[in-house]
Structures are given as structure tokens and as C-alpha cells.
Design a protein around this ligand. Sequence first.
Ligand code: ZN
Length: 330
Amino acid sequence: MPAEQLYPWCELQWQRLLQQRASDRLPHALLLSGPAGVGKEGFAETLASLLLCHQPNNDAPCGHCHSCELHAAGHHPDLVRASPEAEGKPIKVDQVRELIEHLHSTAQQGGYRVVIMSPAESLNISSANALLKILEEPGRNTLLLLVCHQPGQLMPTIRSRCQRIDFATPSAEQSELWLQQKLKLEQDRAAQLLRLCHGAPLKAQALYEGDLLEQRKKLMSGLADLLRGRMAASELAQQLLKADLLQCLDWINSLLSDIVRIQLADLQEPAVNADMKRMLQAIAKRASSAQVFALADRIQEERVSLLLRQNPNRQLLLERLLLQWAELSR
Ligand SMILES: [Zn+2]
């Protein structure tokens, strides 16, 4: 179950909702919108917890009533979550039908019923249409929380039926400070992690705590080996088969951005991938900007097709990109 946590940079959004709740103007559907890794899920879980709590104190869930215990244990009967069954897959129409059925049965604890759907852009056309019905007639004391990283991909008819709450990437200072305290890190290290994650603090935390840093290390040393001719593209592609593909594309993309900035803005230091400075400076000297842009375009195309959930041959996709990468230093 996702952590129930309200992050310091979400305070304004939280206070606004509390005001609405105090004046009994809480809507039936909220669209929590903003980049991934800035705390929207934690916000949704905290709000669900508050609405379901039997004895909230000072606008916070008490943490020890029966309802809070059920929530903490991850199986509150009045809280339904819907997410894709696997990453990159859609939220299916059956999942939406199930939750509608659940909402139509009465609230078992006698209070609110809450749905958390994440990420809402994973709804396909038929599941979105099924959801529309419940958005139109949600029933009393029902709150749908749609967590959405890319609201542009959501059907306009869904968007227009939700009150939207925007979450932005917090300031670098705020994120750095939070990350330093959270992970007991030096400021430099926190800043470096944040740069790798476009400033999203929870992504930076996950990068630090999970095996993603290990994946990145493997990719970076593989890319360097490719340039030196010490490894074949097919071999590296094979090694990366189990890695998070979109993440790998993002990382290569961020290397390309660094190279272009070195070439065109005449920067000496890579803005993001400081640890790969020598490799990036070498490529910036040898490759033309046109070559770098061509590879970036290619990656963008592959990203789009992955996001559209076409099922590519991963080995082939990676191999082609890596061959093009190796060309950069020829
Ligand atoms: Zn409680």
C-alpha cells in the first residue's frame, strides 16, 4: 500500500481542501495532477484516511481508531484502489465495473467511501467511459481521487467532471533539504540525485533506496564500453532486458541533453550527469549536434510507442538505439 504521507510542499493544497471540507463543499471527484514523484499518492492516502477516520483530531486522522487500523493494514472496506495490474498496462473496464459495484453497496463503516485511482491516465476508452457513469452520479459521501501524472492524456469528459488540484515540483532548496534530512545525505549528493530525477523528491528517494541507481550504473558503464568498442550493442541490450526501459530511455536522453548543452551553450560541466563528465565531453567533441538530435528524436519516438502500450521487441529496440549511440564517437 502506498505510504500515507503529507509532504511539506503540499501544505497549501491540503489547507485549501480542509477549508472546503469545513464548509461542506468537498466535491465528489478530485483530479490530483502533477509530475510523478511529488507526493500526490501520499496526499490521496492521507485525505482518504482523514475522511474515513472515526475521531480525527485537528484535521488529521487519529491513527488508532478501528478505521485507521483497517487503513493502515491495507484493507479498509470503504477504500478501493484501482491501478494497472502491471506497469504500462491499462486500468481495465472490469476493474472499473468492480469498483462501481462496490460503491453501490452501502458504506460498511457508515461513513465516506473513497476511491483512489492511479495513474488515471491508464484508463483506456472503455474503462474511462465506465468511470464517467459514476462521475455523473457518484452518490452521497463518495469521493473519487484520480491521481494523474499526465492530465493531457485523460479524456476531457473525465477531466471536466473533477475538481483539479495541481501539484508542482517543489523548489530545489525545499527538495534538497527534505532529501538531506530524510536520507541523511550531504547537500551535494541530494542535489545530484534530484538532478537525475528532474527535481522530483520522491523519485530521488526511490532512486537512492531502490536498485535503480545500480541499473543506472550498469547502463552508464555499458554506454562507455560501447563507445570504446569493448562491448557489442547486442550484449548491452541483453544485459538491460530486465531493466526499466522507459527509465533507461530517460537516462540516455538526459545524457544527450547534457552533450547538446556542452556543444551549443559552451558549458564545461554537464548540467545533470556530472559523474559522466569525461565521456560526455569526449562525445561533445566528436559527434555533430545533428547526430545527437537524431538520436534524441529516435528515443522520443520509442517513448511514445511504449507509452501507447505497443508491445515492442525490447532487445531489438535497445540494440538499434545503442548502435546509434556507438556511432556518436565514430
Ligand atoms: Zn482514526
